[in-house]
Design a protein around this ligand. Structure first.
Ligand SMILES: [Zn+2]
Length: 350
């Protein structure tokens, strides 16, 4: 079809892409972990660029406060409480129907991270917490899959492309995750929409360089910029050319996060005033039965879709329970209270 033929004309014109680059883009698979401000913009750019397969992984659902910056979501997604991965996938299929888009509504853990990124040519780290970032780094180095890290807090953005075995990894650069609460998050510092878009643009560009095998063009070290301010300068943190000889991950092949005890933990969610409760047994939920149970307990404010059940508990908290057994308890940052509410309405989480 003529229109389809023209779709990538402007990209093919670029001397560093050309027809061969476009062919490689079309034949590639990219796993995007996290469908927030970064993940939705990266996915948008890559779907339009014609990446063959996109896998979106996210644990959360769309809320009104996401619409300020998360590009693929619309008011209807927030009204219907659609999981972010599903809402993003629906939109991407409308943007480019030739891209195969897979949506996974799940929390990335040591148990499932390798299956989340399996078969990907590039992993895009668009998540919002250090546990997941270090898990992704372990999986990327172990599977020798390039990883493109991105982070944005306030108006500051950071991007870091990792070519396992060839350039430093997250552990070479940062060692270990900072203790919880030691670094600002979008929960405490806010987030500037354009800064997140800029991070996503850098991440998507590094991804396209990797896919088209133009790795010489990849920016070494960590890109850093402050999007606010009169003089936006792209700076960076220099890193050695090669992985550190002392890195437990790159040099010694010890994947401490992958091999760590996979104890599901409750997590206070970035930017949400909410706690995620994860049942230790990994039990799945019968959503229809849960809806009936909630209604019969006298709660009338209940809604559901194929992925989740949302209801308002009389304690003044909103609960969203997913088919994989997790629940997000909104309106508190107290993990003990969230667990109590979970066992009161959803089931015994232990
Ligand atoms: Zn390393």
């Amino acid at each position: 079809m003529a229109a389809e033929h023209e779709r990538y004309d402007r990209q093919i014109l670029l001397p560093f892409v050309g027809r061969e680059g476009q062919r490689r883009i079309g034949a590639s698979t990219v796993a995007i972990i996290g469908c927030g401000a970064l993940g939705t913009s990266v996915a948008d750019i890559l779907a339009r660029a014609g990446v063959g397969r996109l896998r979106l992984v996210d644990r959360d659902y769309v809320e009104w406060s996401n619409l300020q910056r998360q590009s693929l979501f619309e008011e209807e997604d927030a009204e219907l409480c659609r999981p972010k991965a599903d809402a993003a996938a629906r939109k991407l299929r409308r943007i480019n129907s030739s891209v195969s888009v897979e949506a996974a509504v799940r929390d990335v853990s040591a148990r499932n991270v390798e299956s989340c990124v399996e078969g990907a040519d590039v992993i895009v780290d668009a998540c919002d917490n250090f546990e997941t970032r270090f898990l992704l780094n372990d999986a990327a180095v172990k599977l020798k899959t390039p990883l493109v890290y991105g982070a944005c807090v306030g108006s500051i953005g950071m991007v870091f492309a990792i070519l396992p075995g060839r350039t430093p990894c997250l552990r070479c650069a940062f060692g270990s995750p900072p203790p919880p609460g030691a670094t600002p998050t979008c929960d405490t510092a806010g987030i500037l929409g354009p800064a997140a878009r800029a991070v996503a643009a850098f991440q998507a560009a590094e991804t396209l360089k990797i896919i088209t095998e133009k790795t010489d063009a990849i920016r070494r070290g960590i890109v850093q910029f402050d999007m606010w301010g009169a003089d936006v300068r792209i700076g960076g943190i220099a890193l050695p050319e090669a992985p550190s000889p002392d890195c437990p991950c790159c040099a010694m092949g010890r994947y401490e996060f992958l091999e760590g005890a996979d104890v599901p933990r409750d997590a206070v969610l970035c930017g949400r005033g909410a706690v995620q409760v994860t049942p230790r047994g990994g039990a799945s939920l019968d959503l229809d039965a849960l809806v009936r149970r909630i209604r019969s307990s006298g709660i009338s404010d209940v809604s559901s879709n194929e992925f989740l059940v949302r209801f308002a508990a009389p304690e003044g908290l909103e609960i969203v329970a997913f088919a994989d057994g997790r629940a997000i308890v909104k309106g508190t940052r107290d993990a003990d209270l969230a667990r109590k509410i979970y066992s009161r309405y959803v089931g015994e989480p232990l």
